[in-house]
Ligand binder design. Sequence first.
Ligand SMILES: Cc1cc2nc3c(=O)[nH]c(=O)nc-3n(C[C@H](O)[C@H](O)[C@H](O)COP(=O)(O)O)c2cc1C
Length: 218
Amino acid sequence: MTHCIIQDLQKRYTAKRYDPVKKVSQADLAVFLEALRLSASSINSQPWKFIVIESDAAKQRMHDSFANKFQFNQKHIKACSHVILFAHKITYARADYDLVLEKNIEDNRITRDEKEAAFGSYAFAEINKDAQGQHKVWTKSQTYIALGNALHTLARLNIDSTPMEGVDSTLLSEIFANELAGYQCDVALAIGYHHPTEDYNAQSPKSRKALTEVVQII
Ligand SMILES: Cc1cc2nc3c(=O)[nH]c(=O)nc-3n(C[C@H](O)[C@H](O)[C@H](O)COP(=O)(O)O)c2cc1C
């Protein structure tokens, strides 16, 4: 198939070694971050925070978060260009949705008179509340929509990436306590440019189940 969307998705792959010399331009980074911001989410809740690790000091903190586990991902942190922490809100209160609706009004999506009725959608957060009164499963699901959007956007920008569920959520909460207050990070994304000779995945053929196995048209 020659469609440009398919070409993007065929081309992208999970980089396994980065070229430490090459960095993502601020112009490309701006496009990428705007794509994250525009990601869809249930009831437009946007229960996320994207923490962009750019400075050497922040990279050192991220590097240190692999002290106990998932060391196979540690090598990316200093070699890649940026790491993005996809963080989700631990609880999603009515006050959080109130901010969304106020922005809806500002953006002329709804009128102030329609706000109370629009609050009905908060039922989705209510039904996804766990026994501890938290919304983590639901809010985390939303970050994966942004992650998928990120992978395609990066492919289009010819930027390599490595999604990483192999991150130590507990240690990240300690090391990035200020940035992650009220949030949790279970998945991160390294971005940059693959090493010209040491990225064993760069030449690997794409491997996916057959269309007939994963799609059923009825
Ligand atoms: C949510 C998610 C988490 C992943 N976590 C890791 C990880 O921690 N380390 C890693 O090297 N690859 C990780 N991967 C990469 C997958 O193994 C990879 O996407 C999959 O094998 C398909 O290969 P491709 O991305 O090269 O097409 C992750 C991918 C996703 C989508």
